[in-house]
Design a protein. Sequence first.
Length: 292
Amino acid sequence: MKDIESAAQTYIITADCPSRTGTVDVVTRFLFEQQCYINEIHSFVDTTENRFFIRVEFRLDSDAIFNQDDFTEQFEQRASQFEMKWQLAPRPYKSKVVIMVSKHDHCLNDLLYRYRTGDLNIEIPAIISNHPDLEELAKWHGIPYYHLPITKETKPEQEAEVYKIIEESKSDLVVLARYMQVLSSDMSKKLSGRAINIHHSLLPGFKGAKPYYQAYDRGIKLVGATAHYVSDDLDEGPIITQSVDTVDHSYYPEDLAAKGRHIECLTLSRAVRYHIENRIFLHGNKTVVFGK
């Protein structure tokens, strides 16, 4: 790789390894020796699994030139002594995010607003839908829109087209912004760790048609949403973030649905932010998330 000038550039190291004495020191001492200033640091030890996690955001504490190849080679020598799996990422970096959606537009609208205003530092190379309804919204933002209808018989061909778009656009992340189709086992495995889904969290749980009407009939008092990574088990993937708010007897089904849409938008955008800022570690069927 070429030398990268570090005037305003920051970098993020994320690492995990078996827990033992010196795991924090091996990272922070190396950064000190490299004349790096730590802007933000988070660490956690899962004592049940004896696993250590760390995320460090840093910059050079001088006008020196940052040579990524040299940095990587030297740090690997230290990290290997701790069996450390690690990554180095530059910041700011515009992650490429493909958005998949059906007919509900609230999450898509929210992500597009955050993209347009720069609140989320992302590029959106494609919006994919199994319906044509939201094409004008995509056009208004100058984003290619792919209408790929799907039936039970055409599912393999449709998913092959979807995956082709994802791969050709070199996307870092796929966001299911109320995409109302279940991904196949094969597709879920291909997108493991880089596809985020959002769904409502009504307590107690209500599945099937018209969940908000079911909730209203039971006098629900909590409305929420869950953002999680896609897995082969429907809505059972590693949870990234959840949000909840209270409601009462005065909320009719339409009010509950409106509250749910609002919470879904906030929860999904937070999950996307955590992913693109390298704040999430996959840890079995759960996550370690170093939020802000």
